[in-house]
Design a protein around this ligand. Structure first.
Ligand code: F6P
Length: 343
């Protein structure tokens, strides 16, 4: 019997609670392990701030968005004596193994802790779906559904007013959410970080469409998309403890440019954190549950230094280092499929 610590780090996403529930449920029922949950990601590990996780405290959370543990973007290795403090805290709470649930940053810390000899099994999460080593992360499908529902709604108002509506979605430096939601929502233009765009070309495309008798258009833009000439910006100056800039706002400039260059009335909507909040869709609950069950099996077998992952339809274990390779950018074929429906 082991005592295992869970934590959720980085941006929250729908499906985190499904993982927590699955790890604890199988860990108690099948193996008789003990669980604690660190509060607010690595910050909780550094501060030995943890709560007991039991069958009862993890019941009724499957459908709940966010994370019952709280989260933060804390980087252990940017903190003074971070590694020593983690070791002390784990010793103080008699923790044998850690199950961090997070994206590239949280799992990056997990990888370094694993290299330092700690027992770690990671679980990948992010709405951005940009983590190498896994075909999908949970949270992504929910974000895509939220964005698609929004595009559906924006379609009807765009049509009523003869407007171009620019919808900005999240995704950081990957265009997965934009391409999926754009395809599902029938967008007329989709702009992704992987393909810098020319504003004149976007306008020309809209003009052509309107010349063919359509009087409204939907442009989906990923927050990390950039124009080829670097004229529009979506970066804030501040960086987080992992060195990431905050993105957002490209739609504001794009709305203005489109209106000025084409004469079509334009409006923009930034979906922002709506994409991360609320109930996880069924797919994300199932994927989170499958990841959680595999993670506790790996811990039970002492198969550390791994991340659980989806490959095709199978749940597998891959070395944490694989997950920490380059981010997984949008599949060009998917973009080309979305492109078929542009204009
Ligand atoms: O990585 C998930 C994500 O939602 C990105 O799509 C977005 O750029 C970022 O997190 C926003 O972070 P924050 O919640 O810190 O504003």
């Amino acid at each position: 019997m082991a005592r295992i610590g869970l934590l959720t780090g980085g941006g929250d996403c729908p499906g985190l609670n499904a993982v927590i529930r699955a790890v604890v449920r199988k860990g108690i029922n099948a193996y008789g392990h003990d669980f604690v949950g660190f509060r607010y990601g690595w910050a909780g590990v550094l501060a030995a701030d943890a709560i007991e996780l039991t069958h009862q405290s993890t019941s009724g959370i499957l459908h709940r968005g966010g994370t019952i543990l709280g989260t933060s973007r804390t980087n252990v290795f940017k903190e003074e004596n971070g590694l020593e403090r983690v070791r002390e805290s784990l010793a103080q709470l008699s923790i044998d193994a850690l199950v961090p649930i997070g994206g590239e940053d949280t799992l990056g810390v997990a990888g370094k802790l694993s290299d330092a000899g700690l027992n770690v099994v990671g679980v990948p999460k992010t709405i951005d779906n940009d983590l190498a080593g896994t075909d999908f992360t949970f949270g992504f499908q929910t974000a895509v559904q939220v964005a698609t529902d929004a595009i559906d709604r924006l379609h009807t108002t765009a049509e009523s007013h003869n407007r171009v509506i620019v919808v900005e979605v999240m995704g950081r430096h990957a265009g997965w959410i934009a391409a999926y939601a754009g395809l599902a929502g029938g967008a007329d233009v989709v702009l992704v970080p992987e393909r810098p765009f020319d504003v004149d070309e976007v306008c020309e495309r809209l003009r052509r469409r309107h010349a063919q008798g359509r009087n409204f258009s939907i442009v989906v833009v990923a927050e990390g998309a950039t124009p080829t000439d670097g004229s529009l910006h979506s970066e804030f100056e501040a960086k987080d403890s992992f060195g990431h800039v905050r993105l957002g706002g490209i739609a504001i400039e794009l709305e203005r440019e489109i209106e000025q260059r084409t004469g079509f009335e334009a409006r923009m909507t930034i979906l922002g954190h709506v994409q991360r909040g609320g109930t996880p869709c069924a797919y994300d609950r199932v994927l989170g549950s499958r990841f959680g069950v595999e993670a506790i099996d790996a811990v039970h077998e002492g198969d550390y230094g791994k991340m659980v992952a989806l490959r095709g339809t199978e749940i597998v274990r891959v070395p944490l280092s694989e997950a920490l390779a380059e981010p997984k950018l949008l599949d060009p074929k998917l973009f080309e499929t979305a492109e078929v429906f542009f204009g």
